[in-house]
Design a protein around this ligand. Structure first.
Ligand SMILES: Cc1cc2nc3c(=O)[nH]c(=O)nc-3n(C[C@H](O)[C@H](O)[C@H](O)COP(=O)(O)OP(=O)(O)OC[C@H]3O[C@@H](n4cnc5c(N)ncnc54)[C@H](O)[C@@H]3O)c2cc1C
Length: 424
């Protein structure tokens, strides 16, 4: 639905998916005073700052800080936010259809749908495990963990208590490792407050292959992460070379050293894999223009091969020289996409978008993190924690939100820590 006057045609840019790519494209367009109309569509009413979901789980940050509403974030930006689920994308008719029955036509599309969880066809996995990708999932897990500790603290039978206090995390990629480290510091404190013995808590991290963080951008932090997992309030039990074959209610089935084995665990969290978004998989793009996971290739100017009107970035697409699936990649691609949309609207040609990886950051405990800076320097412990937090505060969208969270975080981090130091 382009609006036309006798002189100019105002482009309509539709952004599908409001994650790191989609939201930041809209915000950059607004900062650059883009002349087109911008519509951002997401199924949720809240943006998810995924790297800080661990803080939401631990209670170190709250929902409004980690997952602010699009309404708040886009206020005054000129972007129209539509909360709806995208059902079909027609690249030929240039049209996006939504679950509510409405549709949008576009001059330019920004494809920013991220990825979905993959269970690799493991029986019972979707039904019997928690996912950890949204604010609601982090809060649901927090409630469940608190309830479970409460129940355990009132359970006399030691076998039942043992099962209640065993938490299994499937997948030792970055999310699994950070989750294990966060819980291995947090849960003992919560349980001690209920009068329980924190040493009864077991956090078991189960990995298909022999190494944690295998093939991941955080691989360089492997040794640091392994050490950190052992140094938590309860050491994390690491089970490698243990492919999970099925999940049942409170039960993990896996193989280890050629033998079938089971682990009784009241809470199971699945962080083992991602897959290409189905809407992206269904686009009429030939296999030759996709990688082996079905992700379409984008060209250096960040549009889909063969579709110069469709820009794309983040986890839903890839490049001939792939970038890791990271927020910092999506965030930088968003800036380049917005710049190219502005160029196009000014009759200029799109430019190549460059991504500069600044290094990686991992949360490795309640107040511990590791920063691998440009693959050259590693900073760990509390200083790593401070660097990680300040980096993410810098990335938090819109100055208003940024300032609010910075102020809240600084008062917690600086003033309360100072108070703890001064208190007898
Ligand atoms: C727990 C966790 C921790 C992470 N930690 C880090 C980290 O420390 N550092 C780092 O760099 N990266 C981290 N990542 C990875 C990072 O979050 C992703 O790479 C980044 O979010 C990708 O951005 P995106 O825009 O491609 O997708 P997303 O941010 O996932 O956004 C996709 C959006 O599309 C929307 N959507 C999907 N389908 C539909 C539909 N049918 N209709 C409407 N809307 C839809 C979703 O609601 C979502 O808002 C982490 C990821 C997770 C899960």
């Amino acid at each position: 639905m382009s609006t036309s006057t006798s002189q100019t045609v105002i482009p309509q840019t539709v952004i599908v998916g409001g994650g790191f790519t989609g939201l930041f494209t809209a915000l950059y367009l607004s900062h650059q005073r883009y002349i087109g109309q911008v519509v951002l569509i997401d199924q949720s009413e809240r943006f998810v700052f995924k790297p800080l979901l661990f803080e939401l789980l631990s209670g170190q940050m709250e929902m409004d800080q980690v997952c602010p509403t699009y309404q708040e974030l886009l206020q005054g930006s000129g972007t129209t936010f539509v909360q709806d689920t995208i059902q079909t994308i027609d690249l030929v008719k240039r049209r996006v259809e939504l679950a509510s029955g409405s549709h949008y036509r576009y001059t330019n599309l920004v494809l920013a749908l991220g990825s979905i969880t993959s269970y690799f066809g493991t029986p019972g996995a979707a039904e019997h495990s928690f996912a950890f990708r949204s604010g609601e999932e982090a809060i649901a897990l927090r409630h469940q963990l608190r309830q479970l500790l409460q129940r355990a603290s009132q359970t006399e039978d030691s076998e039942t208590r043992r099962k209640l206090l065993t938490i299994a995390i499937i997948g030792a990629g970055p999310t699994g490792v950070e989750l294990a480290a966060t819980m291995a510091d947090g849960l003992p404190d919560w349980y001690a407050m209920l009068g329980g013995n924190p040493h009864e808590i077991r956090i078991v991290l189960i990995n298909r292959g022999p190494q944690i963080l295998s093939g991941d951008a955080n691989e360089g932090l492997r040794e640091t992460a392994l050490k950190a997992l052992q140094q938590r309030k309860v050491p994390v039990e690491l089970l490698t070379d243990a492919p999970v074959t099925a999940l049942g209610p409170g039960r993990v089935e896996f193989t280890h050293a050629g033998q079938a084995a089971t682990l009784d665990a009241e809470i199971i969290i699945w962080t083992a894999g991602t897959a290409t978004h189905p809407l992206v998989k269904n686009l009429p793009i030939p296999d030759a223009h996709r990688d082996k996971h079905g992700r379409p290739f984008i060209v250096p100017t960040l549009h889909l091969m063969g579709y110069p009107d469709v820009f794309a970035g983040g986890d839903c697409v890839t490049q001939q020289k792939p970038e890791p699936a990271l927020a910092q990649v999506a965030y930088q691609q968003a800036k380049a996409i917005a710049q190219n949309l502005v160029n196009l609207s000014a009759g200029e040609v799109p430019r190549v978008g460059h991504v500069l990886l600044r290094g990686t950051l991992m949360k490795l405990g309640a107040e511990a993190a590791a920063a691998d800076i440009f693959n050259r320097y590693e900073i760990t412990g509390k200083l790593g924690h401070t660097i990680r937090h300040l980096t993410y505060l810098e990335m938090l969208p819109t100055p208003a939100h940024d300032l609010k969270v910075t102020a809240e975080w600084l008062s917690e981090e600086v003033f309360h820590r100072a108070k703890r130091t001064i208190d007898p």
